[in-house]
Ligand binder design. Structure first.
Ligand SMILES: [Zn+2]
Ligand SMILES: [Zn+2]
Length: 413
């Protein structure tokens, strides 16, 4: 038996499993304010779906996909990202447009594991299908910021750029190609391949030398067609008006083939656990993907946030375990304790009771192991005085509470 988890996966042990659920629930709350409904897609799809959407030249498809042939000889892939499955489901089920959908779930990419990067990782994502207005772009950026604020991760800025469209991009690509050919000797080997396959992707390169060179390269957002330019200006104006902290980043192109126009990333500032360069999520428009799938011309935009990275940034910030541990010291107290257990749970106060054979010391040890915030002790003395001894384990304090006031006291805490 193999007693370790596969490389690049993780167990969400207590309290992180709870923390993950808390973050997911905050996400649900915020996006529902903006009219999003939850969609749950399969975790695997036909491989072809990703080849046609995520893109044949992306690292995700060429290097990172978990693909397999099933017993019925179907070519399948564990989903490396959420958008293609959502768009597939919308088209297949002919959902009425416009539609606003969100998803929460695991994604799979064969990558070199590092801090905050796993082979099975979790994303919180949204897709707006059938809305073309720049206001929609800004609305979902604002929604992302509202969510981060809600979970107290407010040291963030949004990096924005426009990656153009199939009208302005071909012309730009020629210009960029000229620049790259001139600098071919100095760029890294990966970039040399990018020049052949998809020159715009060179901007994704993390090699310092390359970054320096591309600083002087022509940028897509300076070479937009009329419509893309108008759209981008409207987005920037609206971001300003809504006072959303953003930065124009002309080097940001996002690593997916289907993006058009607005692209953005949520990036922690200051001294975050991840360092200031790593984004905790991002997204953009994909106005041609629905059509590429054989659907009608339909504008769309979405984003995906990395839940694993968010949890690292948060540390223990959200864990609040209000568990109450009842310790009954004799048979009579145990009977009373079981009734109290019921009363507390009915009042939505999480509670447990100690096994009958444990003495006070052992029972307090269990309460400590369970990270309980409160302990209620019931012994002969308490039974006689009709009180409970309430111990606060974090503050190391204790007081006697009349039995009929205990729910009231704990509810206020
Ligand atoms: Zn354009
Ligand atoms: Zn490079």
């Amino acid at each position: 038996m193999i007693l370790s988890n596969p490389k690049g996966t993780q167990d969400f042990l207590p309290p992180y499993g709870d923390q993950k659920a808390l973050v997911e629930n905050e996400f649900r709350k915020v996006v529902s304010l903006y009219g999003f409904s939850e969609i749950v897609n399969p975790t695997f799809e036909h491989t072809e779906l990703y080849l046609r959407s995520t893109g044949l030249t992306t690292d995700i498809v060429t290097k990172q996909m978990y693909t397999f042939t099933d017993k019925g000889n179907r070519e399948l892939a564990l989903r490396p990202e959420g958008t293609p499955g959502v768009v597939r489901a919308v088209l297949q089920n002919k959902l009425k447009l416009p539609v606003r959908l969100f998803y929460i779930g695991p994604m799979f990419r064969y990558e070199r594991p590092q801090k905050g990067r796993y082979r099975e990782f979790f994303q919180l994502g949204v897709e707006v299908i059938g809305e073309s207005e720049p206001e929609t772009d800004v609305e979902i950026i604002e929604m992302g910021m509202r969510f981060f604020n809600q979970i107290n991760l407010s040291d963030l800025i949004v990096k924005v750029n426009s990656v153009g469209c199939p009208i302005c991009r071909p012309k730009f690509r020629v210009q960029l190609r000229l620049f790259l050919d001139k600098n071919l000797e100095q760029i890294c080997d990966d970039c040399k391949i990018r020049v052949e396959q998809n020159p715009m992707r060179v901007f994704d390169c993390k090699v310092e030398k390359c970054k320096e060179i591309y600083h002087d390269a022509p940028k897509i957002s300076d070479n937009l067609c009329y419509d893309c330019q108008n759209h981008f200006q409207a987005v920037l104006k609206e971001l300003n008006e809504r006072k959303i902290p953003f930065e124009l980043d002309k080097m940001m192109v996002r690593g997916l083939d289907y993006y058009t126009r607005t692209a953005f990333e949520f990036v922690p500032t200051g001294s975050s656990e991840l360092g200031s360069q790593d984004s905790v999520g991002g997204g953009g428009r994909y106005d041609n993907l629905v059509e590429d799938f054989g659907g009608p011309k339909t504008p769309a935009i979405g984003f995906a946030l990395g839940l694993d990275r968010i949890l690292i940034c948060l540390g223990n910030a959200l864990t609040s375990r209000k568990l109450v541990y009842i310790i009954a010291l004799d048979a009579q107290a145990l009977k009373q304790g079981r009734q109290l257990l019921d009363t507390l749970r009915n009042a939505e106060i999480p509670a447990l009771i100690n096994p009958p054979d444990k003495n006070l010391r052992a029972a307090l040890g269990i309460a400590d192991n369970l990270s309980c915030e409160y302990v209620i002790i019931i012994g002969a003395n308490e039974m006689q005085k009709k009180v409970y001894t309430l111990k606060n384990l974090t503050q190391r304090s204790q007081q006697e509470i009349p039995q009929d006031k205990i729910v009231e006291v704990l509810s206020k805490k």
